[in-house]
Design a protein around this ligand. Structure first.
Ligand code: GTP
Ligand code: MG
Length: 223
């Protein structure tokens, strides 16, 4: 389902894995590749294609959430503000993601907007994973360099030595499938954690669910 306004966000409480990153970085392609379904999320050579938040319910177990890309200069200012508001209300609302997969093109330096998103996710305690996309376009040594650069960037913008810097950056390709099993493992781990919390909560050893009676989540800043 597509939601261009917050009251349309799903309310059934399945864990949510959000794909975020600048326009054209490969969010929709990665989502399709992870699910092995071509053309499920629309992809395009022209940036700015995904204009609402798209929720894909996977096997009645979780949502994959395809967010509008940022940083596309040709988008009119009012439209950009509307997108930002939509994305913010998603990240801040009861439907906040259990994992934000932040995509950066393996061939390019992360931009200031990438840095802002990273800090923003960190400040809100949203679990995130940095993924470098389009790894097929790089040689083995270029890929190693890109991973190193991203790890350095991550440490720098996280601002806490040993904190997020310890998080592993992952390189993937929607074309060759490289890195997809590793990304699924990360997603599975988050799902397990979320479901364990739900079980503990049901047993009365964790506080009651947060807003909207979501069985998988506690309050703010908890996964
Ligand atoms: N070679 C290569 N091309 C890719 C890969 N992933 C995406 N692309 C291409 O990059 C372009 C953009 O991909 P999308 O998946 O539409 O990107 P997006 O981030 O969803 O873009 P917006 O929805 O506009 O924000 C398309 O031409 C894709 O075919 C990849 O892993 N390898
Ligand atoms: Mg897209």
């Amino acid at each position: 389902m597509s939601a261009a306004q917050p009251d349309l966000f799903p309310r059934d409480g399945f864990p949510e894995i959000a794909f975020m990153g600048r326009s054209n970085v490969g969010k929709s392609s990665l989502l399709n590749a992870l699910l092995g379904v071509k053309g499920l999320a629309r992809t395009s050579k022209s940036p700015g294609r995904t204009q609402a938040i798209h929720f894909y319910r996977v096997n009645d177990r979780l949502y994959f959430v395809d967010l509008p890309g940022y940083g596309y200069a040709k988008v009119p200012r009012e439209m950009r503000a509307a997108w930002q508001q939509l994305v913010e209300s998603y990240l801040q609302g009861a439907s906040r993601p259990d994992l934000a997969v932040q995509l950066v093109d393996a061939r390019h330096e992360p931009t200031d907007l990438d840095g802002e998103l990273l800090e923003w996710l960190g400040a809100r305690g949203i679990r995130h994973q940095i993924v470098l996309t389009k790894a097929d376009k790089l040689s083995r040594s270029e890929r190693a360099r890109a991973l190193q650069r991203a790890a350095g960037w991550l440490g720098g913008s996280a601002g806490e030595p040993g904190g997020d810097a310890a998080m592993k950056v992952l390189a993937v390709s929607a074309v060759t499938g490289d890195g997809l099993p590793q990304l699924w493992k990360i997603i599975d781990d988050v799902l397990e954690l979320t479901l364990n919390k739900a079980t503990l909560r049901a047993a009365g050893s964790l506080p009651a669910p947060g807003p909207r009676g979501n069985p998988y989540r506690g309050g703010r800043n908890t996964l």
